[in-house]
Design a protein around this ligand. Structure first.
Ligand code: IMP
Ligand code: MG
Length: 176
């Protein structure tokens, strides 16, 4: 099944069943790793809203949930500059933080987020990303929980957009 978004053609790359079973595994792992700890998960808007909603329901302890909003991508290209669009409203000092992202591509956005979050003096900062493009990654900070490593090709769906569209699609599509 192909989908056309703004005159670009996309085909299914990771079907929803596969996404959901991987997320259940990630949630189990995170639940074990943070057992007995105060965990605050921070979703990165807009892309991570669906992943956070699904992943957080596989975390078995009561966690705090908050969001950060940044913007970096334009069209099909990752941009060099990251802009903060929303201030953190929670006190993070002394807490264990898990950043939830849809995708780590060049890593520039996550690098910016790490700096931003560390400035609030949390106890620890970990990263969970559904997708990771190792060929595009320009940094060497660790990604603690990765759903799928994918090639350096544009994807859309399950939170990810092409020019603002397609975040609602339950499967992940790749540009044909
Ligand atoms: P980075 O700063 O290059 O790592 O890019 C990270 C951000 O760009 C992600 O949070 C996404 O919002 C967006 N992004 C990166 N790759 C893709 C893609 O293939 N499709 C849609 N959005 C993407
Ligand atoms: Mg994003």
């Amino acid at each position: 099944m192909k989908k056309e978004i703004k005159e670009k053609l996309f085909e299914i790359y990771i079907p929803q069943e596969k996404i959901q079973s991987r997320i259940a595994q990630m949630g189990n792992q995170i639940s074990k790793d943070f057992e007995g700890k105060d965990l605050c998960i921070i979703g990165v808007l807009n892309g991570a809203f669906i992943f956070l909603a699904d992943l957080s329901r596989h975390i078995t302890t009561a966690v705090q949930v908050t969001f950060l909003r940044i913007s970096s991508y334009q069209g099909l290209q990752s941009s060099q500059s990251v802009e903060k669009k929303m201030e953190l409203s929670e006190d993070l000092s002394g807490k264990h933080i898990l950043i939830i992202e849809d995708i780590v591509d060049t890593g520039i956005s996550m690098n910016f987020l790490l700096g931003e979050i560390r400035s609030h003096q949390p106890s620890s900062v970990s990263i969970a990303t559904l997708l990771f493009k190792p060929e595009a990654f320009q940094f060497n900070y660790p990604l603690n929980y990765v759903g799928f490593e994918i090639p350096n090709k544009f994807v859309v769906g399950y939170g990810l957009d092409y020019d603002g569209l397609g975040r609602n699609l339950p499967d992940i599509y790749q540009l044909v």
